[in-house]
Design a protein around this ligand. Structure first.
Ligand SMILES: [Cu+2]
Length: 128
């Protein structure tokens, strides 16, 4: 299999974009292996949640650098307990290896931390 294509999404670290996904529209193609890098470099807790997207992709691996330690798998220390909601504590990086299976537009991307979605922390995932 060819190397994974890296797609980076950051949870806002710029003062005026603390509660946004950067970028807020994420594009994929079906059948391609991706490494989706979710980076929370800031001081606030966030999450990355698109139940529709999580349910539609094939997940190969999830890895996180929470607390400076690389962990593999899901369900360790509340970081990636459920791919429907990927927890992103401050200064955490999560890498999600996935292959999109169906072309669709998922508009349910949001951060589940109370108040964040209302402040603009939502987005769209487009699979072509
Ligand atoms: Cu948030």
């Amino acid at each position: 299999m060819s190397p994974a294509i890296e797609v980076k999404v950051q949870t806002g670290a710029l003062p005026d974009k603390m509660f946004q996904f950067i970028p807020s529209t994420i594009e994929f193609k079906t059948g391609v292996l991706y490494k989706l890098v979710l980076n929370n470099p800031g001081p606030n807790r966030h999450s990355f949640s698109s139940k529709q997207f999580a349910a539609s992709v094939k997940t190969l691996k999830v890895q996180t650098t929470a607390k400076g330690v690389v962990k593999e798998g899901v369900g360790k220390e509340g970081v990636a307990t459920d791919l429907q909601v990927i927890e992103l504590p401050p200064e955490t990086l999560v890498e999600w290896w996935l292959i999109p299976q169906q072309s669709a537009e998922f508009t349910d991307l949001h951060c589940t931390v109370p108040g964040h979605e209302e402040t603009g922390m939502g987005g769209t995932i487009v699979v072509k």
